[in-house]
Ligand binder design. Structure first.
Ligand code: UDP
Ligand code: MG
Length: 500
């Protein structure tokens, strides 16, 4: 295997506008160092001309190599592929948008010569919006308290790793990768220096608010089980509070006799406890979901082509999948890896994997959607109950039920569109949704009547019971109303990136 002194790994996703300028700056920063180098571009399933551009760069310069994915697998997968491709004694990870200035490379290489295995370039927050700075600072503070590894504000993926450090990173086989935590977890002699934050040279960031939130949750969950501990503590604290409240009521009854029964207290307690239970279930679900993803042992990515292989014509047989240059250290666990991205894949078995990696498992998706739907249901139930409980003293309870239901429909349509189905609202869905809610309204109305008239239940409790019983039915209806026709309309359906 050819080796060189430095490999630069660059994940690229839709960087058409900036990649050539980046390449020029990178080469002019590397050449004066007089070190032998290679540049490993990883095209993360770009939909613009990024792949063609890095293909041309590789054609024109033997020091440039690339791997291109069959679809977008996320930056973590792209970095992993780049590290696996790399052959240098030192490997630098950098973004393609010039936010990681190439002129810092000589300094990083100099620090490497002092014996450091990790040299981290830490950005300051110059030019960043006040809100983002505040949220990031709070996030890192919370992380500092919660995580079992240290993650420092401003320290990202822009870093140099020695070959030993790269081998250690590659020896961690987890599917859900959180590199910031992994780099901290592997240890080794590490040094950092701060540089001034710069804006993107061109193009736009791929990290919207939701991606950042999911990334934050990944960070929290990947390196500790404290959220589970928190759920236990919250449960115990609530149980103690409930015990205290019960003693207080008993003391009140002993001193003053039986007072007027408080429906509001009861409902508040039911809704609040329901919310806490769902949140706790969500936390547990996150961990179970991760165990599920890890147990499938799917490859982290699927390779479309590499610089070492001829380009695969669009209509050629999938058996022609190119081998991936994969200098995986012998310590990397390989068992069960029919993994296009993990091992060479010129085999028949490998050829069947792309479809498997592209299609998403319906089970976990439905479970996630149902949990989100149920959580939104809790919020909407609170809204509905607030309207219903305040109106049913003055108007017939069924009329109060209809009004409460109508108020919550608009809110639930928007929340379920954006959060449960992860798509955008359309007029067709806006028409279908109230119809599906009307079906739910009829069902809950029937159940409510049964509860109140048939079973002689309390009106408020009957409404809660009717709502709970109708939830699975309402979920299916709501999903149909929002999702039906999504692909025809060219809308992006589910975009979860967690499970490879
Ligand atoms: N990137 C990637 N796959 C993705 C998203 C981003 O390979 O799914 C690359 C992107 O091309 C860039 C780097 O990761 O080189 C950082 O992305 P971006 O600039 O969008 O993130 P930000 O700087 O806003 O955090
Ligand atoms: Mg960027």
């Amino acid at each position: 295997m050819n080796t060189c002194q430095v490999s630069v790994v660059v994940p690229c996703f839709n960087e058409d506008e900036v990649i050539e300028a980046f390449h020029r700056e990178l080469v002019s920063a590397l050449e004066p160092t007089r070190q032998t180098f290679e540049i490993c571009y990883v095209d993360d399933g770009s939909s613009d001309r990024t792949r063609d551009r890095i293909g041309s760069l590789a054609g024109a310069d033997r020091r440039v190599r690339y791997t291109s994915f069959s679809r977008n697998f996320g930056k973590e997968a792209a970095m992993l592929a780049g590290l696996r491709m790399s052959r240098g004694d030192a490997v630098v990870l950098m973004d393609a948008d010039l936010q990681h200035p190439p002129e810092l490379l000589p300094r990083m290489l100099e620090l490497r010569r002092h014996g450091y295995d990790q040299v981290v370039a830490r950005r300051d927050r110059t030019g960043e919006g006040a809100l983002r700075t505040l949220l990031s600072t709070l996030y890192y503070r919370a992380m500092g308290r919660c995580m079992d590894v240290s993650v420092v504000d401003g320290e990202g993926d822009f870093r140099l790793l020695s070959r030993n450090a790269v081998d250690a990173v590659l020896a961690l086989p987890e599917t859900n990768r959180f590199s910031k935590g992994i780099f901290s977890w592997i240890g080794f002699d590490t040094t950092a220096f701060t540089y001034r934050n710069v804006r993107r040279a061109a193009g736009s960031s791929k990290w919207g608010g939701r991606h950042l939130l999911n990334y934050g949750i990944d960070g929290l969950i990947s390196f500790n089980s404290r959220p589970l501990r928190l759920a236990i503590h919250a449960g115990l604290a609530l149980a103690l509070a409930a015990l205290g409240y019960a003693l207080w009521i008993i003391a009140g009854v002993a001193l003053h006799g039986v007072g007027v029964p408080g429906y509001t207290t009861l409902l508040t307690a039911v809704v609040a406890l329901g919310g806490i239970q769902l949140a706790t279930l969500g936390v547990i679900g996150e961990y179970v979901g991760r165990i599920y993803c890890e147990s499938k042992r799917r490859p982290h990515y699927v390779v479309r082509e590499t610089s070492e292989s001829p380009r695969v014509p669009r209509n050629s047989s999938p058996n022609a999948f190119p081998p991936v240059p994969s200098p995986v250290p012998s310590s990397v666990p390989q068992e069960g890896a029919v993994a296009v991205g993990d091992v060479p894949v010129g085999s028949r078995a490998g050829a069947t994997v792309p479809g498997a990696a592209v299609s998403r498992a319906a089970g976990p998706r439905t479970a996630r959607q149902f949990l989100t739907f149920a959580s939104i249901g809790v919020v909407n139930t609170a809204v509905y109950l607030a309207v219903y409980a305040s109106l049913n003293r003055w108007i017939p309870y069924l009329a109060a039920h209809v009004l409460g239901y109508a108020v919550s429909v608009v809110g639930s349509f928007l929340l379920n569109t954006y959060l449960t189905c992860r798509t955008r609202p359309t007029w067709q869905a806006g028409v279908r949704y109230p119809l599906s809610s009307a079906a739910g309204l009829v069902l809950t109305g029937v159940l409510l009547s049964l509860g109140v008239s048939g079973l002689d239940m309390d009106k408020n409790l009957a409404a809660v019971a009717a709502g709970l019983l109708a939830t699975p039915f309402s979920f299916l209806l709501a999903r149909w109303a929002i999702d039906s026709g999504a692909s025809l309309a060219g809308r992006r359906p589910y975009e979860g990136q967690h499970c490879a």
